[in-house]
Design a binder for this molecule. Structure first.
Ligand SMILES: NC(=O)c1ccc[n+]([C@@H]2O[C@H](COP(=O)([O-])OP(=O)(O)OC[C@H]3O[C@@H](n4cnc5c(N)ncnc54)[C@H](OP(=O)(O)O)[C@@H]3O)[C@@H](O)[C@H]2O)c1
Length: 298
């Protein structure tokens, strides 16, 4: 099958490579000429603008966006307008907010262009082990794009999950679950580190990956990180979040679903980015006010 891949970062480049290995024809575009050159050397067809990509693809065209969520997706869809004809398909494989995906699908449908929101999981390892894909949109469009999904995913690793927005909704919750699972591992290892026993982190992580109830791919990645640097000395404890945890909690609130693990794991990420907190200053001030408890000056 033929498709256009827009965005050749960590994900887009690996997905392009896997599609080329699977025998698909991939026309590629990125803002960076070096990124285009990198995948062109592996057999992708370079395009030098979105219009150029549109000309190289045969209708009905399939454009796959693998770029940051938010304005970049709206801008790129806007810039694609001149190249679109009825029957073309745009797939957003990034971590977009599902509400944006519902809006984009409706806008494009009025132009007879189909839109699929496809949550992609697997990170940079997807190139070798396959990407897990959860697709939302029309079922007929999913079937049209299925040869692409089949190549990108491992066996049983892709599915149609519902109408527009469902793919990105599923991916949003998937990522929020990931926050909570990672948080539990992280807290456990900090308690082990503080314990009176001389636990070796790489040893325990490896041990638990052999038959224990908490074995997992994330624990294998923990093991790999500890084997490189048991004390993680080269890493600052500063953790970014890219939206899915926040959006999931907003959904949990809207539907009155208690989600304490996901909530606390998101708040730990916020805390990781603060040097000091006003919360703690207020607590220290209050203890000093009511009980004369000592305060530490800045
Ligand atoms: N990394 C993961 O594990 C992972 C997993 C699943 C889904 N995702 C999602 O997949 C998408 C891509 O992630 P990534 O990890 O591949 O990111 P990345 O390595 O930072 O690559 C981002 C790509 O988007 C392009 N881009 C950035 N801003 C743009 C804009 N305003 N307009 C057009 N293109 C723009 C970049 O082009 P330049 O080269 O010009 O900067 C680059 O090709 C994101 O939505 C991300 O949330 C990531």
């Amino acid at each position: 099958m033929q498709l256009g891949m827009i965005g050749l970062g960590r994900m887009g480049a690996g997905m392009t490579q896997r599609l080329l290995q699977g025998g698909h024809q991939v026309v590629v575009y990125d803002r960076s000429g070096d990124a285009i050159e990198g995948v062109a050397q592996q057999g992708a067809l370079a395009s030098h603008s979105l219009e150029d990509m549109g000309r190289q693809l045969k209708p009905p065209r399939l454009f796959w966006l693998m770029i940051p969520a938010g304005a970049p997706v709206d801008d790129t869809i806007q810039r694609l307008q001149a190249s679109l004809s009825p029957g073309d398909v745009i797939v957003d494989g990034g971590n977009s907010n599902y509400k944006d995906s519902v809006r984009r699908a409706e806008d494009l449908r009025s132009k007879q262009v189909e839109f699929l929101d496809v949550g992609v999981s697997g990170g940079v390892w997807g190139l070798t082990v396959g990407f897990c894909l959860m697709a939302g949109g029309s079922e007929a469009t999913f079937t049209f794009a299925e040869p692409i999904f089949k190549t990108l995913a491992p066996e049983d690793g892709y599915a149609y999950v519902g109408p527009s927005g469902a793919g990105h909704y599923a991916k949003m919750v998937h990522n929020a679950m990931e926050y909570g699972i990672m948080q539990a591992y992280a807290e456990g290892f900090e308690i082990l580190k503080a314990s009176p026993y001389p636990f070796a982190m790489p040893q325990l992580a490896k041990l638990w990956n052999h038959g224990s109830v908490i074995r997992s791919w994330l624990l294998e990645l923990t093991q790999a990180a500890f084997e490189r640097d048991p004390e993680l000395r080269g890493i600052k404890g500063w953790v970014e979040d890219s939206g899915e945890g926040r959006w999931t909690l907003q959904e949990a609130i809207d539907h009155a679903v208690p989600a304490p693990s996901i909530a606390s794991s998101l708040f730990v990420r916020f805390r990781s980015r603060q040097e000091d907190t006003f919360t703690a200053k207020v607590l220290a001030a209050l203890r000093n006010e009511f009980g004369g408890h000592p305060i530490k000056p800045e």
